[in-house]
Design a protein around this ligand. Structure first.
Ligand code: SAM
Length: 256
């Protein structure tokens, strides 16, 4: 990615006490998808949020317009969504509270921002992991991470464990025929999760919510179909077959 992080940028500005735009218009309450509404529920009140991969900036716009957070950085690596976030923030009159920055991953964050929460949502778990990994120098270790991976949850949890992050909350939700997971973590010190906990989510394994069980019932059918296809296909690598066999066993045990 090009080095497009803005250097020596000023810190994000505190929010104005009144939820009014610069022209004095009452700001519209921003409505969120159920997925982003559940993410928003895990952002601590009064946070200084960095929403990385913000796209249109919906999450910071909604949280600032409700007075739920103090200030936000909306980071975007791609020019088109960066411009739409800039436009949305300008049109809502919230430039004083939300700084939209064109930057790769955590390069959007400066120490002077005093960020207390980071959201990374709507990207693959591996992408979120890679953004956290390459941006470690930008993390103070005090931030709450609110992560909403689209798949790749296992490698993301693995990274969290290896970097001393404890998972504090987890959710599965279904919207528009997709299963979404939310993982909330903070750095607390060494933590140990089993291979199954990394695969299913340690807290979700205990809570066994209806959405969680329904997700894994669907995935079990998928894995069983994959195994059936393997028997008809030629030259499927043995380690790939064994991986799917192991996952199918874990899911069957979970649902038993
Ligand atoms: C599918 S959108 C999700 C938008 C929003 N976070 C949500 O959950 O609705 C993913 C966004 O992340 C951005 N993105 C991907 N990799 C990124 C990176 N390394 N740094 C910043 N933004 C990134 C993409 O450009 C895209 O706008």
């Amino acid at each position: 990615m090009p080095g497009i992080a803005r250097q020596n940028r000023p810190p994000i500005r505190p929010w104005l006490a009144d939820v009014r735009g610069e022209k004095g218009q009452q700001l519209k309450q921003q409505t969120l998808s159920m997925r982003l509404a559940r993410v928003a529920a895990h952002v601590p009140a009064g946070a200084r949020l960095a929403d990385i991969g913000s796209d249109h900036g919906y999450l910071p716009l909604a949280l600032i317009s409700r007075g739920a957070i103090f200030a936000a950085v909306a980071g975007e690596v791609a020019l088109t969504p960066f411009r739409s976030a800039q436009r949305a923030v300008r049109e809502s009159g919230m430039e004083q509270q939300i700084d939209v920055r064109l930057a790769n991953g955590l390069a959007a964050i400066e120490p002077a921002d005093g960020i207390t929460a980071i959201s990374l949502c709507g990207m693959g778990g591996e992408t979120i992991r890679d953004i956290l990994d390459s941006g470690q120098a930008r993390l103070s270790g005090e931030e709450r991470l609110i992560l909403q991976p689209n798949g790749g949850e296992q490698p993301l949890r693995q990274w969290l464990m290896e970097h001393d992050y404890q998972i504090l909350a987890e959710e599965v939700l279904r919207e528009n025929r997709f299963d979404y997971e939310i993982i909330v973590a903070e750095r607390v010190g060494p933590v140990q999760y089993s291979a199954q906990e990394l695969y299913f989510g340690p807290l979700q394994m205990q809570a066994r919510s209806p959405a969680f069980l329904a997700k894994w019932q669907r995935l079990l059918r998928l894995k069983q179909r994959t195994l059936a296809n393997f028997t008809q296909a030629q030259a499927v690598p043995e380690d790939k077959v064994q991986e799917v066999v192991r996952q199918t066993q874990w899911i069957s045990e979970l649902l038993a």
